[in-house]
Write a protein that binds this ligand. Structure first.
Ligand SMILES: Nc1ncnc2c1ncn2[C@@H]1O[C@H](COP(=O)(O)OP(=O)(O)OP(=O)(O)O)[C@@H](O)[C@H]1O
Length: 206
């Protein structure tokens, strides 16, 4: 089962951190702007330098070529990257247009030029693109940051379904304590490079 485990994992800004996200578990990561959340996710996807070790399903990141690790531990960045002109060129063969409906996108969206997509459309398409790779672990950087309440609810439901169906480990960066309470079993706060338990939604509202 794809458990994600960090052991003395450190980037330039954070750590060393120890963390275990069980198979099928979602952990929320909160923290002030600039506290290093995005850089931590990039390092976990082996896109940025780090020290210490990350383990997926008992296999060390350092024991795997980076492209192979990135196919299993997939980052959905806050600002998605697009390298072809057309949306559909970013999706793997076999991706069915009907799957776009889960995030309220029409089937024709695969034929759209990336340049015409709104920020929120890009954000939803980037998540669908990531899930199409069937990752064992999912790193989500504010995946509803540009979305309205209804679209956000669809994203939360889609990730919950994926996590359940694939026993995927999910690390979800959110600034919203109420969202954290909805989507995650545990919520952590990144403060001064260390992880501590975050306030619950009830504590925030009290
Ligand atoms: N390439 C870089 N070189 C040097 N410093 C960087 C680089 N990228 C980011 N930083 C700095 O690292 C710190 C952490 O950035 P990061 O993007 O991880 O923050 P964050 O917690 O995700 O913030 P936010 O909630 O605003 O997205 C910031 O002070 C940022 O300016």
């Amino acid at each position: 089962m794809p458990e994600l485990r960090l052991e003395r994992f450190a980037t330039r800004h954070v750590g060393p951190l120890d963390l275990r996200i069980g198979a099928g578990e979602c952990v929320c990561l909160q923290g002030a702007s600039g506290s290093g959340k995005s850089l931590l996710l990039r390092a976990l996807a082996d896109l940025d330098p780090h020290t210490g070790e990350a383990w997926l399903d008992g296999v060390a990141c350092s024991a795997m070529p980076a492209p192979q690790w990135r196919r299993k531990v997939v980052l959905v960045a806050a600002e998605s990257q697009w390298w072809h002109a057309r949306v559909g060129a970013h999706f793997p063969p076999g991706f069915e247009r009907a799957q776009l409906a889960a995030l309220d996108l029409p089937g024709e969206a695969l034929d759209w030029e990336v340049a015409r997509c709104s920020t929120g459309e890009r954000q939803r398409l980037a998540l669908l693109r990531a899930l199409a790779l069937q990752p064992a672990a999912l790193l989500l950087d504010e995946p509803t940051g540009n979305l309205d309440a209804e679209s956000s609810a669809r994203v939360e439901a889609l990730v919950a379904d994926y996590r359940r169906d694939h026993a995927a480990a999910v690390l979800w960066v959110s600034h919203d304590a109420r969202q954290a309470a909805r989507v995650a079993s545990r919520s952590l706060m990144l403060r001064e490079g260390r992880l501590e338990a975050a306030a619950t939604a009830a504590e925030v509202e009290a």
